[in-house]
Write a protein that binds this ligand. Structure first.
Ligand code: BEZ
Ligand code: FE
Length: 273
């Protein structure tokens, strides 16, 4: 084995003026070479890999991002989340944004109902707090989105009304938020592309456990992108994109005519982020 090959290639980047670019590209070369050597990559396998990446690129357009889906299913996205999130114990853990976030949803009042689909009613409520002091954060913007009982987000499904199961709220002076919705459902990530073929070829299922996404912004605080996962979902321990964290798994407590979810979110002040 000719180890000097790897050295020669990293040396070729020796004149790179930007230190961070140089660090990234030389580490990439070292790990790529080590990977090819570890698996004794053949020319045929290299070509299959090139064809897979080419097909992944061809599947991308303004809406569909197959490379992000590949990153998600290989666990790279959640590693990135782990590297960049704050491991402050009192802070709410982050999770994947996913491809179904939509900007421009109209703001609703405290306690509004975001569901225009039939389903099991849920009352979500709680407060946004400072992770260090526990003090309420007033006027925080909370954005939520989830699937309908057919496992599709509004935007994927022409039969759902505009803005269905998407909400945008502000916390009140006590940092409190509240809204009505329905219980989310598990659903498959898009499987009609190379990532779907990869899952089939490797014996993996495409399902995400039922969840509701939250994105929270407040002046002076780092943005929080997270989700709450249903404890009773059959896929809660085998998420196709590895987004589930134990602290984000919730129980739906039965209440009259549905369920109740009481959940606070804690944010990190920007100067600590
Ligand atoms: C989602 O939760 O919306 C999602 C995340 C990653 C890949 C596909 C979907
Ligand atoms: Fe989702």
């Amino acid at each position: 084995m000719n180890e000097s090959l790897t050295h020669n290639v990293t040396e070729a980047f020796g004149a790179c003026a930007d230190a961070r670019t140089k660090e990234i590209v030389t580490a990439l070369v070292r790990h790529l070479h080590a990977f090819a050597r570890e698996v004794n990559l053949t020319h045929d396998e290299w070509r299959q890999g090139i064809e897979f990446l080419t097909a992944t690129g061809k599947k991308c357009d303004g809406i569909r991002q197959e490379f992000i889906l590949l990153s998600d299913t290989l666990g790279l996205s959640i590693v990135l989340d782990d590297i960049n999130q704050h491991h402050e114990e009192a802070a709410t853990e982050s999770s994947l944004l996913g491809p179904f976030y939509r900007d421009g949803v109209k703001e609703s009042g405290f306690g509004a109902n975001i569901a225009q689909s039939e389903g099991e009613p849920v009352f979500f409520h709680g407060a946004v707090r400072d992770a260090t002091s526990g003090k309420p954060v007033a006027n925080a913007l909370i954005e939520v989105w989830q699937t309908a009982p057919n496992g599709m987000y509004e935007g994927q499904d022409p039969d759902q009304p505009e803005g269905n199961l998407r909400g945008r709220f502000r916390t009140n002076a006590d940092g409190a938020y509240a809204f009505h919705s329905i219980k989310p459902t598990s659903y498959p990530i898009p499987t009609d592309g190379p990532v779907g073929q990869m899952l089939v070829a490797t014996g993996r299922h495409p399902m995400r456990p039922a969840h509701i996404h939250f994105r929270i912004d407040a002046p002076g605080y780092a943005q929080l992108t997270t989700a709450l996962y249903s404890a009773d979902d059959p896929y809660v321990n085998s998420d196709a994109v590895f987004g589930v964290k134990p602290s984000l798994v919730i129980e739906y407590a039965p209440r009259e005519n549905g369920y109740d979810v009481a959940r606070d979110f804690t944010l990190i002040a920007k100067e600590r982020a």
